[in-house]
Design a protein around this ligand. Sequence first.
Ligand code: HXC
Length: 483
Amino acid sequence: MGKLTARERIQGIVDEGSFHEYDMFVEHQSKDFGMDKKIFHGDGVIIGTGTIYGEPVAIYAQDFTVAGGSLGLMHARKITKIMDHAMKMRMPIIGINDSGGARIQEGVDSLAGYGEIFLRNTQASGVIPQLSIILGPCAGGAVYSPALTDFVFVVDNISKMFITGPEVVKTVLGEVVTMEELGGARVHAAISGNAHFFAMTEQECFEQIKQLLTFIPWNNQRKARSFPAKPPKPEYKINNILPADPTQPYDVRDIVKAVADDSEFMEVQQDFAPNIVVGFGRIDGETVGFVANQPLVLAGVLDCDSSDKAGRFIRFCDAFNIPIVTFEDMPGYLPGVEQEHMGVIRHGAKVLYAYSEATVPKITVILRKAYGGGYIAMNSRHLKADFMFAWPTAEIAVMGPEGAANIIFKKEITESTNPEETRKQKVAEYREKFANPYVAASKGYIDSVIEPEETRMLLKHSIEISGNKTVMVPQKKHGIPPF
Ligand code: HXC
């Protein structure tokens, strides 16, 4: 079927010769539905430990050739054993999912197995990185466990994720759909947002896993590895990216690449909610998480999906000691009936919550527009940003000059002998007075107005002096984020 075997997959990820398999001889104990006559080797899952870059990782791979990789009681016990091991040893866990979900013949035992896995996913959340790869038609619990983990990887044509497969959809709804339409890799990378990384081949996917592991720490008590500092590539010239006309878009990823070491940027959820860009890079050898409005798409507004995407990424960075750099250029939250009905209030609140809650070093650079709720949401001083920088092109205001002038000078404009001319004058007047960084800087909301070419140097300085950042948070069991 063009798929690697479960063992080949593990070998493709861990350091050569480092894999040590556990529980190879475990078998199912089930007797119903003729199961007593069936042997499922290793009960359809391979578990063990190995190393990546010489550091320990726990890994499991479901084997679709054995009962469709379906999860029975012993299969689940193998997975929970390796999860417990990963937690105890504080090492990342990588799950390779290729399974039809709960093994139907084993009934409630398989459901119990999934419950035990979900519980461990939740307990491990924020303690060790949990990475999930979807490498086959995965249904039910085989997609809910990944949904509880930090990053989900999919491969074109091979990965399928759904709660119930096409057979069940046909039975219950009478609808005929293909697996690809229901939950193919592209669907989850671009539409549902369930996947974080998309690859064309399994090999490319394994390279992505290894690249991600260069950026993130092995557990929440450690920092990510430091690398020798490298300057950004000369083709990314930070002064040439922002267009002279403030209404023209540009690709904010070029700004990220113009400050990141070697211009390396590992984008997360690249094709989902592209009006916000999130991902990992390094400044002077240290990992940072970048969060940036993307003016190329919907002018970089925050909407339901982009708020979910940013909120989750910020919380990952915060849990794993990764400083957050925010590049801001956006006109606010997306208005309209559709967004309001989809819950832009509660989704948008996730960004406010995530930034406010985060205690890692938080640095914001306002590049251009910082209007209204967007100004507050995108890691403003008021949400406890540690460093607030603005380029001279920054416009910090309640709304854009056009809208603002039309509202507050409505009377002057309509009563004027030349309304269009008066409108233009009032827009210019508003822009001059408020659509600049100096009003905010005069109140201390912005620390410095900086030239674009100073950005990398100031990011480096900010990260360097934040090494011992200490924040006391009120004692509580946990907050109640708007999720
Ligand atoms: C037992 C299963 C199985 C399952 C597949 N197989 N899923 N056996 N329990 N859940 C077996 C098949 O019987 C077959 O065995 C082999 O695996 C390959 O399956 P095929 O159907 O031939 O493969 P394919 O056409 O590729 O379809 C794959 C599939 C489909 C889309 C995954 O098998 C499917 O829809 N399975 C059921 C999915 C599902 O509804 N699972 C339960 C979800 S509930 P043989 O012997 O013929 O090779 C759940 C609970 C947790 O997971 C929910 C958490 C919230």
